[in-house]
Write a protein that binds this ligand. Structure first.
Ligand code: AMP
Ligand code: ZN
Length: 460
């Protein structure tokens, strides 16, 4: 079987055929950078990063674009609260986002456009939409006229009333139709803004992606991806803008949507507040275990996040790296097994690919346990294990580095936190808890010393 992808536009599993077989194109909606991102935000970038690498292997090249949204009212609010220019917020959190993505091995895009870097293209696209009768200016705003696009709703397949309810649309006097959405809005002097034919203002959210996709990938792209929460209204509106600006030509041929990561029974989201920031998680857990967890469910399914899931992934990686360590210096280069490629061909079936990877490790352990030391038999097993890991962005460190991670700075914070917790437990006379912490640390080879300056810890 060749690569098949579930296309949300047709609601069918379809064979993937790029427009240009020498370089498929993919656009993934990027983050709004006003705070650290949470582990749910990483799901699209991890799974579609696996897809980008698969396309690169199959076609020799891929052009993967992931934007940075650096104009947004949430950014304005954060900047106002701190009394700093928006660039102080966006530079800081865009850098933090790149660090987080690198930590969990989400492949970097080939281009990372920003909204502030594409204002002329956004203005030009809005002008084309006005000229072709798909948008209108009113009271310093520009609105897209949904009634001008017959196919409006084709991605989310909602009817008009549902769409209006779902978009939580503001009723505004300058709108001809309550479903019309903003392409450009005015900025007061204290807000970031750019000169435009409609006065000083800033773009709406949806137009950004249409303009950046056009600037970097042309009028029609192969794959457009993002979380299912973006399907409506964001992606629906992107389709409307792009297809109307391009004389009706199709905007994205395959629409891919990842399911939501849930935490404590609800979608992990900043607005609910049930978030775990990657920045914090990577200080407490090996980042590769977070990546493993994100790949452990099929990308279209919901994924329940918990501490237990992370711990289980750490144990699984302990076993996998243990196998690699036991294989020792059998010389072997990574070779991706056909079965792993086939699993990924079936709409990126990463749980199946992980099952194969674990089976390979079992085979290798069985060979070692049976006393097999013949490198000609062990080498293919090691190649396949490393190759299966490579396809998923796992198992690429030296086993000694995986097992030695406790010696690094990343773990110091966790140990210090436990020491503090033990001190607090003693103060509140919870001696059982205090002793349990001391014993757990001792089991890891961490010794505690009571000094005049408080409790110190050192490695035995
Ligand atoms: P945002 O910055 O909220 O636009 O989100 C960036 C990306 O993360 C988008 O593709 C969202 O669909 C995705 N996303 C946000 N929350 C979650 C979640 N809980 N689970 C999976 N993906 C999410
Ligand atoms: Zn977008």
């Amino acid at each position: 079987m060749s690569l098949h992808l579930y296309n949300s536009l047709t609601r069918r599993l379809e064979p993937f055929e790029p427009l240009d077989a020498s370089c498929p194109t993919m656009y993934v909606c990027g983050p709004t950078v006003y705070n650290y991102v949470h582990i749910g935000n990483a799901r699209p970038y991890v799974v579609f990063g696996v897809l980008a690498e698969l396309l690169r292997r199959r076609y020799g090249a891929v052009r993967y674009v992931r934007n940075i949204t650096d104009v947004d009212d949430k950014i304005n609010n954060a900047a106002r609260e701190l009394g700093v220019p928006i660039s102080a917020i966006t530079d800081r959190y865009a850098a933090a986002f790149r660090d987080d993505m690198a930590a969990i091995g989400a492949v970097a895009p080939d281009a990372e456009p920003t909204v502030t870097g594409h204002i002329p293209q956004i203005v030009a696209m809005i002008e084309r939409l006005i000229a072709s009768g798909h948008a209108y200016a009113a009271e310093n705003h520009v609105l897209f006229s949904v009634g001008s696009f017959d196919s409006y709703g084709k991605l989310s397949r909602r009817d008009r009333d549902e769409m209006i309810a779902g978009a939580r649309i503001d009723v505004a006097p300058y709108k001809r139709d309550p479903g019309d959405f903003v392409l450009w809005k005015p900025s007061t002097d204290d807000l970031p803004g750019w000169e435009s034919p409609w006065g000083r203002g800033r773009p709406g959210w949806h137009i950004e992606c249409s303009a950046m996709a056009e600037a970097l990938l042309g009028e029609t792209i192969d794959i457009h991806a993002g979380g299912v929460d973006l399907q409506f209204p964001h992606h629906e509106n992107e389709i409307a803008q792009s297809e109307c600006a391009h004389g009706g030509r199709i905007f994205a041929r395959y629409w891919l949507h990842n399911g939501m990561l849930n935490f404590g029974g609800a979608k992990m989201s900043k607005s609910i507040g049930n978030i775990e920031k990657i920045h914090d998680l990577v200080a407490k857990h090996p980042p590769e275990a977070l990546r493993y967890a994100l790949l452990s469910a099929h990308y279209r399914q919901p994924l329940e996040w918990s501490e237990g899931v992370i711990e289980q992934c750490v144990r699984t990686l302990d076993r996998l790296y243990g196998t690699l360590r036991d294989l020792g210096d059998v010389p072997a280069a990574a070779a991706i097994p056909a079965a792993v490629e086939q699993a990924l061909d079936e709409d990126l079936n990463t749980p199946q690919a992980l099952a194969i990877l674990n089976e390979l490790a079992r085979d290798a352990r069985a060979a070692l346990a049976a006393g097999d030391a013949d490198p000609s038999r062990l080498a293919p097993l090691k190649s396949a294990l490393l190759g299966a890991g490579l396809a998923l962005g796992l198992l690429q460190q030296a086993p000694a580095d995986w097992f030695g991670r406790g010696a690094g700075d990343g773990d110091d914070g966790r140990i210090s936190a436990l020491v503090e917790e033990r001190t607090a437990a003693k103060k509140s006379r919870d001696f059982a808890r205090a002793d349990a912490i001391r014993d757990a640390l001792a089991a890891e080879g961490i010794l505690l010393e009571d000094t005049a300056a408080g409790v110190r810890w050192r490695r035995a």
